[in-house]
Design a protein around this ligand. Structure first.
Ligand code: ATP
Ligand code: MG
Length: 482
């Protein structure tokens, strides 16, 4: 175990053989970067999560280096690197992404000269003391880079905690969570994703300060939730832990409200457990899709009546939009998830006509079909009643290969309509095209320019095109009840 450096003595002199650590898996670009900083007289150490992961024997997600060099010196050494002034972090992108941060200390990075041996010892010490958990407050200082040999700097016993499967805050837990409430959520992520127990005093502090997680910005919460959702088996564990620690009602009250909402499904458990199982049944490589699984039944908390949840997909879609807006998701991500939640109740039966299949494709949107099938299969698996969507998949593929489904596949466009019917630009053109598409979905043979123009002029004459908005469909009989 590394010891705290004593003032006046170089840290190396205090390190025992046990602190020698060879990192055989260190990628060459990381070695090169450390070497370059060293050649220019700067202390540079590998630090934080990447070292933790190497100690655990798993490949790191990202690479972090802490250095005595001020950001401008780092940026000058690595042309093309981007420099985030506020945090003193320089991000080197080529050949791999490495974040290089000047030692963090009280009051930022102090003087800009090269620290002497004692100074670097206390600098790195101070830097580590400002990190969140003991396992993340570890550093590796290269001694012989060609041999990938160095020393482990571990003043808070992070390596030992990791071995013991323990997540522990650095220093006084309450103070650390008060400094940055995001750490409350990071604790849950690490406990769930790395399968760690939370140290009792750290856990007590989380419970005490759980309400303060409300002060964390939507963006930071979103990023942390996405990282939780990207862990293989973790969503269920993480969200149950968040509930137990009091974080879930604060961050995702809409989801917490599903606790004790009965399911009436073959698999035991309430709507919250079902939601967690659905998320976990979707691939970790697509955390946004997992989010759709997590949120797909949000509407059930308020729609339960007579053993059914009529309209819960619509209510759920609205709640999902509100949650995702609060968490500052991108509009495209919100649209993707909200659409899935809204459409997840389709009730396919072999009796569906080909036109019904085409209406289904149009309502869902071609781009969302694979997601929706994946969500439905996960939903079914999480209810204990697996479905096979193979037949529907086959029929969808057949229709996509043979029939016009989208407006751009119509044999005429808006310009054709304007010219042929002497109409100006305006919403009428859009409504006409939508009605023509309705007609073509019923009978693809109608997709001929003359027929379409004929139908359009009849619609205008009858005033019918003004009656109805594009995109509304008679999909009710194609939905299931739940
Ligand atoms: P991951 O493996 O998911 O990247 P990580 O622990 O590396 O997890 P990062 O966000 O990459 O997390 O941060 C790198 C390091 O920076 C952490 O290991 C930790 O030492 C420190 N750190 C990050 N966020 C915080 C925070 N909010 N408070 C204190 N230290 C932090
Ligand atoms: Mg990291």
């Amino acid at each position: 175990m590394a010891q705290l450096p004593l003032p006046g003595r170089p840290l190396e002199a205090q390190l025992s053989d046990a602190d020698r650590l060879v990192l055989g898996d260190l990628p060459q670009p990381v070695v090169d970067l450390l070497a370059r900083l060293d050649q220019h007289g700067h202390t540079a150490v590998l630090v934080g999560g990447c070292l933790r992961d190497l100690l655990r024997g798993v490949p790191p997600n990202d690479w972090d280096v802490a250095t005595s060099a001020p950001p401008e010196a780092v940026a000058a050494l690595f042309p093309g690197a981007s420099w985030e002034n506020r945090f003193g972090t320089v991000t080197v992108l080529e050949p791999i992404r490495i974040e290089v941060t000047t030692f963090r200390m009280e009051g930022g990075y102090r003087d800009r000269r090269r620290p002497d041996e004692v100074r670097w010892g206390s600098s790195i010490q101070e830097d580590l003391a400002r990190r969140d958990f003991t396992m993340n407050a570890v550093a590796w200082r290269p001694v012989d880079l060609d041999a990938r040999a160095g020393t482990l700097v571990d003043p808070f016993g992070g390596a030992e905690d990791l071995r013991a499967g323990l997540l522990r805050a650095v220093g006084r837990p309450e103070r650390r969570f008060e400094e940055d409430a995001l750490r409350l959520l990071r604790a849950v992520r690490f406990a769930a994703c790395l399968d760690l127990r939370i140290d009792p005093s750290t856990e007590a502090a989380i419970q005490l300060l759980a309400p303060t997680v409300a002060s964390v910005s939507g963006e930071r919460v979103r990023n942390e939730l996405l990282r939780i959702l990207a862990c293989r088996d973790a969503p269920s564990v993480a969200f149950v832990l968040m509930e137990r620690l009091g974080l879930l009602p604060v961050l995702l009250g809409e989801l917490a409200a599903l606790r004790a909402i009965p399911q009436g499904k073959p698999l035991a458990g309430d709507a919250l457990e079902h939601s967690l199982r659905t998320a976990a049944a979707l691939p970790p490589s697509d955390p946004i899709l997992r989010l759709a699984g997590l949120l797909h039944d949000l509407g059930k908390a308020t729609t339960m009546a007579d053993g059914h949840f009529t309209g819960h997909e619509q209510v759920g879609a609205e709640l999902t939009a509100a949650v995702m807006r609060r968490l500052r998701f991108a509009n495209a991500e919100i649209d993707r998830v909200v659409r899935l939640v809204r459409e997840h109740m389709f009730g396919y039966t072999p009796e569906w006509t080909d036109a019904a299949v085409r209406r289904f494709i149009r309502r869902v949107g071609v781009a969302a079909l694979d997601d929706l099938f994946a969500l439905r299969e996960a939903d079914a698996a999480a209810s204990g009643g697996p479905v096979s969507l193979d037949e529907l998949r086959g029929r969808v593929a057949a229709e996509l290969g043979s029939s016009p489904i989208e407006q751009r596949q119509l044999a005429i466009d808006g310009d054709d309509l304007q010219r042929a019917l002497g109409l100006g630009e305006g919403p009428l053109i859009g409504r006409l095209l939508a009605r023509l598409l309705d007609a073509v979905l019923e009978a693809p043979s109608r997709n001929e320019p003359e027929q379409l123009l004929q139908m359009a002029s009849e619609m205008v004459a009858a005033g019918a095109a003004t009656q109805r908005d594009p995109g509304t469909l008679s999909g009710e009989s194609e939905r299931r009840q739940d």
